[in-house]
Design a protein around this ligand. Sequence first.
Ligand SMILES: Cc1cc2nc3c(=O)[nH]c(=O)nc-3n(C[C@H](O)[C@H](O)[C@H](O)COP(=O)(O)OP(=O)(O)OC[C@H]3O[C@@H](n4cnc5c(N)ncnc54)[C@H](O)[C@@H]3O)c2cc1C
Length: 409
Amino acid sequence: MSTSAITTRCSIVGGGPGGMMLGYLLARAGVDVVVLEKHADFLRDFRGDTIHPSTLELMRELGLLDAFLRLPHRKVERLVGEIGNVRITMAEFTRLSSACKFIAFMPQWDFLDFLADRGRRYAGFHLMMNAEATDLIERGGQVVGVQANTQSGVIEVSAHLVIGADGRHSVMRERAGLKVEDLGAPMDVLWMRLSRRPDDYAEVFGHFETGGILVMLDRGDYWQCAYVIRKGSAEEVMKGDIGDFRRIILALSPWLGERVNELKSWDDVKLLTVALDRLSQWYRKGLLCIGDAAHAMSPIGGVGINLAIQDAVAAANILAEPLRAGAVTVDHLARVQRRRQWPTWVTQAFQRTIQTRVIGPVLAGTAQPKLPFAVKLLNRFPALRAIPARFIGIGVRPEHIRTKEAAGA
Ligand SMILES: Cc1cc2nc3c(=O)[nH]c(=O)nc-3n(C[C@H](O)[C@H](O)[C@H](O)COP(=O)(O)OP(=O)(O)OC[C@H]3O[C@@H](n4cnc5c(N)ncnc54)[C@H](O)[C@@H]3O)c2cc1C
């Protein structure tokens, strides 16, 4: 295996929503950028599918909305959950003032392929698939590049700035020695597919019962199901008989009927670990983390993708100009953190509250799932559903495109 070297202005590790959006925006602004993605394609089952109204708004600002909405997607105007036997509408996006009053449910690989396709129209956009970053390259206490394994050998990418957008198990933040504050998550997720019928419920659907939570995402001809378990209990659960597991799923959603038999063995069920954490400092000289690498989000509320994309937009707004000039300083990186830290804290505080007050006790079987007072109000006063819709759909501090498309790009 040989080692080859390339040089770029900005190397982004991770082709998830945060990394791909930042790569696209920087290339559009005339910055040479190399995105390294460890997988061969974006076809990962465990990627969330939510394209939020705020992201659709960004697409509009970029002039991409019409083309984007021509991709197959489903418009979800409200989020519905069941607690015990009571069905409640938790959020109603039609009440938002944004141009798109819905969440677009689209397999995330289509979203990422779209960004990759649009990015390739700019000379400075380089996406390397099958490229797994393994280490940072440092000189004199400063990060000056990244090392990666590719199919044709090891590459060294020298860059003025490295972005860690490599998700909640970020290697970049670990190699950089950035301090992680673990906020704790009481759950992990068992992830599986069950077929969907045209007359099934149309909304995203979560069901809470004592000891069990099942969330089902509509992916057209199948349900992507997330069965929430106590953190660390996967081995114990998966040691049991798959038939018992099928019965648990059936008890939570009896309308699935014989479809639970599609779970033939534990090979049909994957474990996804959940983390809720954040870096005290998102950067070092030559390196900045964004998205889950800076602050791992739990699936609660389906807001992590939105936050990662908003981080990317803020980073592009602040860094495009100094990147073009090759003059990014630690102060620029600190500005990105200052801008995005506050919305992250607020969102994580919300996720933590739901974890502690609802998910933890329900999973431990120490509490009957019951309608929290605020949720009762949502049922009684539908206008209030605009509040969670805004929180989930738009986020705490929405960002807007401030970068200009570079002349001749
Ligand atoms: C079970 C579960 C369900 C979720 N569902 C939702 C949802 O429905 N909606 C929502 O908004 N949020 C959801 N979230 C949260 C959401 O997944 C994250 O907050 C979001 O994906 C963060 O985006 P990101 O771009 O920062 O990182 P990621 O989406 O994790 O992307 C990181 C990318 O980096 C790549 N990578 C990793 N390491 C390397 C490396 N060393 N070299 C090169 N590439 C690398 C990965 O392959 C990946 O493509 C969920 C989380 C979990 C755990």
